[in-house]
Design a protein around this ligand. Structure first.
Ligand SMILES: NC(=O)c1ccc[n+]([C@@H]2O[C@H](COP(=O)([O-])OP(=O)(O)OC[C@H]3O[C@@H](n4cnc5c(N)ncnc54)[C@H](OP(=O)(O)O)[C@@H]3O)[C@@H](O)[C@H]2O)c1
Length: 315
């Protein structure tokens, strides 16, 4: 079967499909024929050799996949061949993958192709769970995979003032189309003033930040009294500076959060809730779709900051 084995770290050009052995499902696993792969930013970092968990070469890269069950392990009773499923596979950039049966999501009949790839939505939901009773939310990288779900889920969960920050003008427009009440670009010279004004100069109850560095530092000073900032990525690759006195006086909380800490039960519940919202037309799960042979181009669309929403490969 074809799969990507990372033989060297580097740019998108190091991603090459090779012939390798098809996996066999263990007793608790299912074998899935892959029909689509969702590219998360973690794949970029692994490929660059920068991911927080080290992947020694030659490396198989984990990925979220959608596909059809080909075979089930001896102990798997609740799933059967032919069912459409999605989940995260340890060797995800592959024509066939194995996943533990308890970690797959069963796609309901009628859900269009690639719509089950919702790991970025699960992350967004987990991040929003880090605070209770928020009215105002600031979301950075708001047109990214995670960010585009965060904007919509914040709205669906009752957020009143959803403020989006994104790179270029198209992304700002996109974030508004997803339900942001205010959106601007951090390339605007006056973005700090725009954001402060959008919060009525009181700050936001919740800030979801994937950028860190100077952007994160500026936003940390915009947490409302009693509010929370969740750092969930560090796209700037730079540290934030936090003023302890300001945090103390405003009783602010700055926390990190990773979807890896969410329980399997919560993930199943949130995944099914999102699928229901997609079917009801309340949640958009748009994707730029590339054939698997154009894997380098798909990665370039992410790294050039041109992509909006999810980026997906089809097989
Ligand atoms: N904690 C968790 O559980 C978790 C889970 C998944 C992902 N993440 C993190 O969340 C972030 C977004 O992930 P994703 O999968 O949603 O990513 P994605 O869809 O590939 O989008 C990444 C976004 O980051 C922004 N960005 C800012 N600086 C950038 C740079 N120098 N190069 C490229 N993009 C840059 C871009 O938006 P703008 O141009 O609009 O700024 C881009 O759209 C990443 O930092 C990722 O590591 C965390």
């Amino acid at each position: 079967m074809k799969a990507i084995i990372l033989n060297q770290y580097g740019g998108p050009e190091v991603l090459e499909w090779q012939e390798t052995a098809k996996p066999l499902p263990q007793a608790e696993e299912v074998l899935i024929k892959t029909t689509a792969i969702g590219i998360n930013y973690a794949s970029v970092l692994i490929r660059q050799g920068k991911y927080r968990a080290f992947y020694p070469l030659p490396a198989k890269m984990p990925a979220e996949i959608e596909g059809v069950i080909e075979a089930v392990g001896a102990n798997v009773k609740h799933l059967t061949a032919g069912q459409r499923v999605t989940g995260i596979a340890g060797n995800g950039y592959a024509a066939f993958v194995v996943i533990n049966a308890k970690d797959v999501f069963l796609i309901p009949p009628g859900l269009p192709p690639t719509q089950g790839l919702l790991s970025q939505g699960l992350t967004a939901r987990y991040l929003l769970e880090q605070a209770k009773d928020y009215q105002s939310v600031i979301i950075t990288a708001a047109a990214s995979g995670v960010g585009s779900f965060a904007v919509q889920l914040a709205r669906l969960k009752g957020g009143k003032n959803i403020i989006a920050l994104a790179g270029n003008k198209e992304k700002v427009i996109y974030a508004k189309s997803l339900g942001a009440t205010y959106a601007c670009s951090y390339f605007d010279a006056d973005w700090q003033e725009q954001i402060a004004k959008a919060t009525n100069h009181t700050g936001a109850d919740l800030i979801l930040d994937a950028i860190g560095g100077d952007t994160g530092t500026t936003l940390a000073a915009m947490i409302a009294p009693g509010g929370t900032m969740v750092a969930y990525g560090n796209m700037s690759e730079k540290s934030m500076t936090i003023d302890g006195n300001t945090l103390a006086l405003k009783a602010n909380r700055i926390t990190g959060a990773s979807i890896y800490h969410a329980t399997p039960e919560n993930k199943q519940q949130w995944w099914h809730e999102m699928v229901t919202w997609i079917q009801e037309g309340k949640l958009k799960s748009e994707a730029a779709v590339f054939p698997y042979t154009a894997v380098a181009a798909a990665f370039r669309s992410i790294e050039s900051r041109n992509a909006t929403g999810r980026v997906v490969l089809t097989l």
